[in-house]
Ligand binder design. Structure first.
Ligand code: MBD
Ligand code: FE
Length: 313
């Protein structure tokens, strides 16, 4: 069966009514978007000859996805977040705001309002006694390699099981989440534990669809960053640790060559010792270059629903 009905007056008028084109109330932007979305869904049904069984399984899949709270997890798995990054990179290029450390996706597991420190912070609460100690360090500079003091480095990562505090209620509040203000030389230092990669919940909706695509739902060990400094473009990025099985096979497509960083075991770290961290640690160095801009809208991160841990609200 391959009937073609999209161009008929009946379907054209149906779409216009669906989108409220014949009503004065509502919002024009929403009408435009919904008209296009529903049109394109209809078009897909026609072009791919979608059966009623396929259509309804998709509808109930979305119900499950929402029930499991995984819509913002499926999105990166389907390359949506990466696509938005590619768009923002192209927009930056057009606006003369390209350059600096590359962006990569935020992901769904940020929690706002982490404790603020000056120059140094310990991120882990000390409960993972067997974990490898990480000494994370870097300098925030401008495009001329001049250090930026008082930049805010908001950093978050998973524990050695790949789980994030807040979303994993077994962890303490803001575990592995801190904001660090750079010192006069633009430096930030953090003591933490080496994270493990993240895996989508095996029984969840995201993994169910990925399995249908023959794909896994794994991310390499990685560390997230928001970096902001006055007069500079806000940066959302991550580093992926080198040598992970998934470093270049990330289900969320967040890996960029410039953001792959080695984790180097050292007998002692000079940067660590400046902050009282003695003995062998694994050093991870991530220097960040920010792009100058006067545009306030680009100095802030874009809006999106984000969690704020209860104690901080
Ligand atoms: C993560 O930790 C993450 O960073 C992304 C993008 C998706 C799922 C889990
Ligand atoms: Fe993550």
């Amino acid at each position: 069966m391959s009937v073609k009905i999209m161009e008929t007056q009946e379907v054209i008028e149906l779409l216009e009514k669906v989108a409220g084109f014949d009503r004065s109330g509502g919002r024009d932007r929403v009408k435009t978007i919904i008209h296009r979305v529903v049109h394109d869904v209809f078009q897909i049904i026609e072009d791919l000859d979608i059966t009623p069984e396929e259509f309804w399984s998709a509808v109930y899949y979305l119900n499950e996805l929402g029930k499991n709270g995984e819509a913002a997890l499926l999105a990166p798995g389907l390359g949506m977040d990466k696509y938005l990054d590619i768009r923002m990179d192209a927009e930056d290029e057009q606006a003369g705001l390209a350059g600096g450390t590359p962006r990569t996706i935020e992901g769904p597991l940020y929690v706002a309002g982490a404790p603020m420190s000056e120059g140094f912070a310990r991120l882990d609460d000390g409960t993972e006694t067997g974990a490898e100690i990480m000494l994370l360090k870097g300098v925030v500079t401008d495009e001329n390699n001049q250090p930026l003091a008082n930049a805010i480095v908001d950093v978050w990562h998973a524990n050695s099981k790949g789980a994030y505090s807040y979303f994993d209620s077994s962890q303490s509040e803001y575990n592995l989440r801190r904001r660090i203000k750079t010192d006069a030389e633009g430096r930030y230092v953090a003591q933490s534990i080496i994270p493990s990669g993240y895996g989508c919940p095996p029984q969840g909706s995201t993994q169910a669809l990925l399995t249908q695509l023959g794909r896994h739902g794994q991310r390499p060990a990685h560390i997230h960053f928001f970096i902001s400094a006055s007069g500079h473009k806000h940066l959302t990025t991550q580093i992926n640790l080198a040598g992970d099985q998934y470093t270049y096979d990330d289900f969320a497509f967040a890996t960029r060559d410039e953001l792959v960083v080695a984790a180097r075991p050292v007998a002692h770290s000079a940067e660590g010792e400046r902050h009282g961290v003695t003995g062998p640690v694994t050093e991870v160095e991530f220097n960040i270059r920010l792009v100058p801009t006067d545009r306030q809208d680009r100095q802030a991160m874009h809006e999106r629903q984000r969690v704020m841990a209860p104690a901080d609200t």
